[in-house]
Write a protein of this length. Structure first.
Ligand code: HDL
Ligand code: ZN
Length: 412
């Protein structure tokens, strides 16, 4: 009993104190100005809470969207925190952040809470949030197709080394028809019918942006019907441009599969849902392109076991995260336990997907608590065989799980 208790406490302490490399977020280097969201009204109008709020709102969608962010936050606070206890994960997260910042939520006084944030500037708050979350590095989601983000990269700026970049290429892969003219206008000689030097020019576009942002990997989000091989623009561009680019630059290709886009467009960013995807498409990619490195996360709970087994088959596949609708304590617990039992430490159990800087504090506090408990159980099972892990071994393992294994995979 004594050993087990001390081992569990040791694991909990190490999980708490090991800094994290957060491998997928929608946060921005402070140099991007207003694109980096932070503060209480941004927390309250996070699209997860907008979706939950509309379950109580009577007002028409357009009326909500016409309100100011503060007015939207007031409605969400009243519906999800005051009229009903804030039991959902996204609601609890807001309160975890406020509590970690030393604020008294018991008073339930939103104006007082708002006034606290008015005292911060974005630079100091960025450091505070990263410190409280114990996050050493954040990977952004960087799209050349974002009209607000692109000009910042084009005018260059001094990078904050805590924010690394990932090249996000959804429009290229899922909307080729409308994206080909954009690439052409930017000086890449591509044709919608893939004739001429199209694939070579797409590779030049990828290489230009990989260099410009120092992209750690290339990423796309795909719908559940993603198939490979397939006679689709998506599959052709992956085979003839993305993957040759990946081999040439030693760059991993990250697939996030299973989003059913805009099932309720009136919810805007909150309008996406989930669908069962085909793990076979991922296995086909890994088998056909053994010299490419693939990251993958899937959105459907029912895909998680198959994705784990696929990772057992292919060493060029690194799976990660409890993405979006899976980022809830009950699911993180079961998925992480299954991954440890099937893959050991050769996976990355979590990323935050933060859109608001403050969220780093709650997403990592909540996930560390769960991952720590699951890990402690597995080390207990290990110790029961007579193999008692040392503190140094546990520290090594947790560093791997919290981004170290992925950093080696990306560099390998
Ligand atoms: O495509 C993605 O990267 C998703 O994470 C979406 O951004 C989604 O809206 C989200 O924020 N999920 O947490
Ligand atoms: Zn995301």
């Amino acid at each position: 009993m004594h050993q087990s208790l001390s081992l569990r406490q040791q694991v909990a302490d190490i999980v708490q104190t090991t800094p994290v490399f957060d491998i997928h977020t929608h946060l921005y280097d402070p140099a991007f100005g207003g694109l980096l969201l932070w503060g209480l009204d941004e927390l309250l109008t996070y699209h997860y809470l907008v979706a939950e709020g509309f379950r109580y709102f009577d007002l028409p969608y357009e009326k909500f969207w016409a309100l100011s962010k503060t007015q939207q936050a007031d409605l969400i606070w009243d519906a999800l925190f005051i009229q009903h206890s804030p039991l959902s994960e996204a609601c609890r997260g807001v309160l975890t952040v406020l509590h970690a910042l030393g604020l008294d939520v018991q008073k339930r006084d939103l104006p007082v809470l708002r006034r606290h944030f008015a005292k911060w500037n974005v630079g100091d708050f960025t450091t505070k949030a990263l410190e409280l979350a114990n996050v050493r590095k954040v990977c952004m989601t960087n799209s050349p197709f974002d009209d607000l983000e692109r000009p910042v990269w084009e005018r260059r700026f001094v990078r904050d080394e805590r924010f690394t970049a990932a090249l996000r290429i959804d429009p290229l892969l899922v909307d080729w028809e409308n994206t080909a003219p954009k690439l052409h206008a930017w000086g890449y000689d591509v044709r919608a019918d893939f004739s001429g030097q199209t694939f070579g020019e797409v590779r030049r576009f990828l290489a230009d942006w990989t260099r410009r942002i120092d992209a750690q990997y290339c990423m796309v989000s795909l719908t559940p019907d993603f198939a490979f091989p397939a006679d689709t623009p998506t599959a052709r561009l992956i085979e003839h441009a993305i993957l040759p680019h990946g081999r040439e630059h030693g760059q991993a290709f990250a697939l996030m599969i299973g989003v059913q886009r805009n099932v309720n467009p009136q919810l805007r960013l909150a309008g996406d849902s989930v669908g069962l995807a085909d793990v076979g498409a991922v296995e086909n990619l890994c088998a056909q392109f053994p010299d490419n490195k693939f990251l993958c996360t899937m959105l459907a709970l029912e895909n998680q076991h198959g994705l784990c087994v696929a990772a057992r088959k292919f060493r060029n596949l690194h799976i990660f995260g409890c993405w979006w609708f899976l980022n809830n304590p009950s699911l993180i617990k079961d998925i992480t336990r299954m991954r440890l039992e099937l893959l050991g430490l050769s996976m990355t159990p979590q990323h935050s997907d933060c859109r608001v800087l403050d969220q780093l504090i709650y997403k990592w506090s909540h996930s560390r608590a769960i991952i720590g408990k699951v890990l402690a159980r597995k080390y207990d099972d290990l110790a029961a065989t007579g193999w008692v892990p040392t503190g140094a071994e546990i520290e090594r393992d947790v560093r791997d799980l919290f981004g170290g294994a992925l950093e080696r995979f990306l560099k390998g």
